[in-house]
Design a protein around this ligand. Sequence first.
Ligand SMILES: C[S@@+](CC[C@H](N)C(=O)[O-])C[C@H]1O[C@@H](n2cnc3c(N)ncnc32)[C@H](O)[C@@H]1O
Length: 197
Amino acid sequence: MKRLVKVLLQHQGAASLALFTREIWANPRAMGAAFPSAPALASHMAAQVPLDRDGWVVELGGGTGVVTAALLKHGVPPWKLVVVERSPTLASHLRQRFPQLRIIQGDAAQLGQLLDHPQFPLSSIVSSLPLRSLNPATTRAISHQFEILLQPGGLLIQFTYDLRGTRTRLLPRFRRLSSRIVWSNLPPARVDVFERE
Ligand SMILES: C[S@@+](CC[C@H](N)C(=O)[O-])C[C@H]1O[C@@H](n2cnc3c(N)ncnc32)[C@H](O)[C@@H]1O
């Protein structure tokens, strides 16, 4: 555990960790995590995004930007990447950290409206949203957005601390393509890749 905290400090910096901790105090259910994702989890999430597809990549729940940075490092072009974050403080942090990206402050339950256009073509959604700790109506609204915004073949990449896997009944129109546990995260997390049917 000490080693993982050291890795997080090296990777994120003390200021980002302090910001994340303040947000947990203010909004524990919306944050749904005690720590930002470790580099191994962020890079595994990012590696699931195919780079050879048309369409936008939308990251949900950007937080302090650990997955955002991994997506850029993986090779997602900045003009194709849109980040949505509900917390105004974290959204403003993300804008400062990634001035080259479109960062939208808002609720993923209204994703279609936030993206301006109902037919906004998305190739992948990369979600760190804490679907298990958000209230059930919000989670249902978010999974409905996944369904209407992803075309058949579109990918949803979601992590969860439920090591048995994301409850697929929330995503009836998706099939799971792959699933892997990243043990070197605090706590260990499972990354599921779903395809819109
Ligand atoms: C578990 S944290 C993940 C942060 C970061 N991606 C990481 O991996 O370290 C969840 C993030 O989702 C954001 N969030 C929670 N509910 C949201 C919603 N309905 N719409 C958009 N963002 C939301 C929280 O503010 C928080 O930044």
